[in-house]
Design a protein around this ligand. Structure first.
Ligand SMILES: *[C@@H]1O[C@H](CO)[C@@H](O)[C@H](O)[C@H]1NC(C)=O
Ligand SMILES: *[C@@H]1O[C@H](CO)[C@@H](O)[C@H](O)[C@H]1NC(C)=O
Length: 484
């Protein structure tokens, strides 16, 4: 082979390998630059191509691009092929064409209203952002968070479409919250630990026949305290404890002490082992009632519902101390005996309520309970969302059971407990709810407590409480020893 042919061959080889590399690089780029057909409206004013130092480019050059709305638009000839990914000013600037402005195109629509790129809307508990999308025909779509919401249409409709014996509804105060927010801010009683569970239940004296329906408010008019609102603070431990102590004191004293006792006093001052607006234990709340006592609500009004914080303890624990309300002084401190546990037997719980008044119950709140409106509640299990195990302890709540009954509705005869919640009177049946009785629904019968009241600073009241207790003792004795 002559030298000349050698040179030609080598040149050809070099040329060919160069060509192949270029082709391969182009193939790689081709797969990276997947064209999105995006039509920019005139609301996306430039300049774009006009800002490039090298201006427009011939052929295909992927680096001939400008950032726009979180993506890229192109100023090369290739941008015009098949689907356009050209910059808005490509035709006017690179091709010198006059463009007639297209009608304004709005990237995203929500509730038939247009939204611009990168704006946000709140869809219940999820924030949605109008973002670039390769699958939507406009090139944009909403990108939303994926939280499980506290209020869900599917559950409301699911419950109401079935004949479950209860109805569900939307609550504007829960709208926009996540299920985790509900657990974190609306409950607040920790699952009783082993120590409490090992407490032996007392023996309840059955005093004859129990009625089919019973409501403490009718047996003790004016002595059973109403429904309050804990707000966005997981303080049901303080609310159910203060309310039960109030009820029991009023009933035992025959109305001599009718005040609402202060949940704020417990919430702010019962620190030991408690977590304020992040939840608390009932045994520790009762320990505080027994050892320290609390003031009435007028003296120490509730304020944590809005702040979501327990606040510092603002009351001195002594008679004559100034009230945090700024009005008056502490006249009496209300205390309690240690609580006693009532067995899981339906009849024991009924007999206890009928004889001594409301009881405190702790139960597991499931996702549909927040939406309860009326009827006899039972977990509907429509769209179960697995609660992460670490949340399990926190999904307990405490309330008062104030009575029971039998509901004869289209879903059949349903036995229920009548309970007072602490989510305000605009929730449920004017703040109350009914839950299936006798089947330990959501563990409502597992941890039922009763208590006796005590008082400091009022000799007459103290004597009344003592006499009342003696009298009750005699009645129980007589009931259990007929003929003596
Ligand atoms: C979208 O908005 C956020 C804040 O509102 C801003 O930080 C971000 O840079 C914007 N993104 C684009 C691509 O404009
Ligand atoms: C629920 O109530 C909120 C606030 O009142 C409202 O914005 C929302 O559209 C309601 N949702 C449903 C499903 O009715």
């Amino acid at each position: 082979m002559s030298n000349f042919s050698k040179i030609v061959l080598i040149t050809l080889l070099v040329f060919c390998s160069l060509l192949c590399t270029v082709n391969a690089r182009r193939d790689r780029r081709l797969s990276r630059r997947s064209k999105r057909a995006i039509e920019w409206g005139p609301d996306i004013v430039g300049p774009y191509c006009a800002t490039r130092r090298d201006g427009c480019c011939p052929g295909r050059i992927d680096s001939c691009s400008v950032p726009i709305l979180g993506t890229l638009c192109y100023c090369d000839e290739f941008c015009d092929r098949t689907r356009s990914d050209c910059c808005p000013d490509f035709y006017s600037f690179c091709r010198n064409q006059q463009t007639t402005p297209a009608p304004i195109k709005t990237p995203c629509i929500y509730n038939s209203r247009p939204y611009a790129f990168n704006t946000t809307v709140k869809n219940n508990c999820n924030l949605c952002t109008c973002a670039v999308s390769s699958t939507s025909s406009t090139g944009f779509d909403w990108r939303c968070e994926t939280n499980v919401c506290l209020i869900r249409d599917k559950i409301i409709n699911g419950v109401n479409d079935r004949n479950l014996g209860w109805q569900a509804s939307n609550y504007s105060k829960f709208w926009g919250m996540t299920l985790n927010d509900g657990i974190r801010y609306r409950l607040g009683t920790y699952k009783p630990d082993g120590l409490v569970l090992s407490m032996n239940p007392i023996e309840v004296q059955h005093n004859g026949r129990l009625p089919a329906n019973f409501d403490s408010r009718q047996k003790w008019p004016g002595f059973v305290h109403g429904v309050r609102d804990q707000g966005n603070c997981a303080s049901s431990w303080a609310f159910s404890t203060a309310a039960l102590a109030s009820d029991r004191l009023s009933i035992e004293s025959g109305g001599l002490a009718r005040d609402d006792l202060s949940p704020q006093n417990l919430l702010s001052c019962n620190h030991y082992g408690q977590n304020g607006c992040k939840g608390g234990y009932l045994d520790r709340a009762w320990w505080y009632m027994r050892k320290r006592g609390i003031a009435v609500d007028d003296c120490y009004p509730y304020s944590s519902g809005n702040s979501g914080k327990r606040g510092t303890c603002r009351i001195r624990r002594s008679l004559g101390a100034n009230c945090p309300s700024g009005v008056g002084r502490v006249q009496r401190l209300f205390e309690a005996t240690p609580p006693y546990r009532i067995s899981m037997s339906e009849r024991d719980i009924m007999a206890e309520i009928e004889m001594n008044g409301p009881v405190q119950a702790t139960f597991r709140v499931k996702d549909d309970f927040y939406m309860y409106k009326s009827g006899v509640y039972r977990y509907a299990n429509i769209q179960p969302d697995a609660v992460p195990p670490e949340q399990d302890k926190y999904s307990y709540h405490s309330v008062r059971i104030i009575g029971w009954g039998l509901d004869r509705g289209p879903a059949g005869n349903l036995k229920y407990w009548l309970c007072a919640n602490s989510w305000g009177t605009d929730w449920g049946e004017s703040g109350y709810f009914r839950i299936e009785r006798g089947s330990n629904e959501c563990e409502i019968e597992s941890f039922v407590l009763g208590v006796w009241g005590k008082v400091e600073g009022d000799e007459e009241l103290r004597r009344t409480l003592e006499e009342s207790r003696e009298q009750r003792g005699r009645e129980m004795f007589a009931a259990n020893n007929p003929g003596k």
